[in-house]
Write a protein that binds this ligand. Structure first.
Ligand code: ZN
Length: 273
């Protein structure tokens, strides 16, 4: 059995106000943060957790988040560094379906998409305040032409990114071990059906990817949820859960959107194993 290995794929960065990262705490002012995907090369398949954002979509509909993404930071660019092609990916797991976590789904024509069942239901019928976050309708090509109605910001250009194929889904609920040592752990609150990810490796401590349940270490240290959330009470419970999971597995935490940590992590073409 071949050993599991993990690679972090740099997907560029965005900038949002401090109050959106730290609810009611701030301070205000732009915080630029990384967006990345996690590639898991496993005996049972080639998995991707989160697919970042689509630059064209962000520039067109959500330019206020100031996207910066070079060609090298697109998923095809990152796969090229590894000598792989996105067509090889067998499974894509979306922690949730916000614009900065599923925007690259279109690059994986052969993958089975794994999403929390409550997340998908919410994404196709979001609360008014969530519409912009769910505005990249790549997860449902039938809705894709409705971008204009779903976004609250006037587009600065016309057209939307193409969706090649209708995605094939497996809807999940509860904690799920999707492959040996690759566990999806429910951390709800930021969105309706949010998953954090734990990966066990032979040569190092387990890696616990928080997703947006904890965007930065400060969220966890001070028990401050993000400013953007569907259910703040569940969000705080998710922070508690992340703390106890990290202790239970002796796992290293990998936050979704923290530049100082991201800069120190190993990224493509290097692997953790
Ligand atoms: Zn995010």
């Amino acid at each position: 059995m071949k050993p599991t290995r993990v690679c972090l794929l740099d997907g560029g960065s965005l900038a949002i106000d401090g109050y959106k990262v730290y609810w009611n705490r701030g301070p205000s002012g732009d915080i630029r943060f990384p967006v990345y995907s996690v590639l898991i090369d496993h005996e049972e398949g080639l998995f991707v957790y989160d697919t970042g954002y689509d630059l064209q979509h962000m520039q067109t509909y959500v330019s206020g988040d100031q996207p910066l993404q070079t060609l090298d930071q697109t998923l095809p660019g990152q796969f090229q560094k590894l000598g792989l092609v996105p067509e090889d990916v067998t499974h894509v797991i979306d922690s949730h379906l916000h614009i900065d976590h599923c925007g690259g789904n279109k690059h994986f024509p052969n993958a089975l998409f794994m999403v929390h069942e409550k997340e998908y239901a919410q994404a196709v019928n979001p609360e008014l305040f969530e519409r912009m976050s769910y505005s990249d309708l790549v997860y449902d090509p039938e809705l894709h032409g409705m971008n204009l109605e779903r976004g609250s910001v006037k587009p600065v250009a016309s057209g939307s990114a193409p969706v090649a194929v209708a995605p094939k889904y497996q809807f999940l609920s509860g904690d799920v071990e999707v492959a040996k040592g690759v566990k999806l752990l429910e951390t709800l609150g930021h969105s309706a059906g949010h998953y954090s990810l734990l990966v066990e490796l032979a040569g190092r401590r387990p890696m616990l990817f928080t997703g947006d349940a904890a965007m930065t270490p400060r969220n966890l240290e001070m028990m401050i949820i993000g400013g953007f959330h569907l259910d703040p009470a569940k969000g705080v419970r998710a922070l508690e859960r992340l703390k106890s999971l990290a202790a239970e597995y002796d796992a290293e935490l990998f936050y979704s959107h923290s530049m100082p940590e991201f800069e120190t992590w190993r990224k493509a073409p290097e692997w953790y194993e």
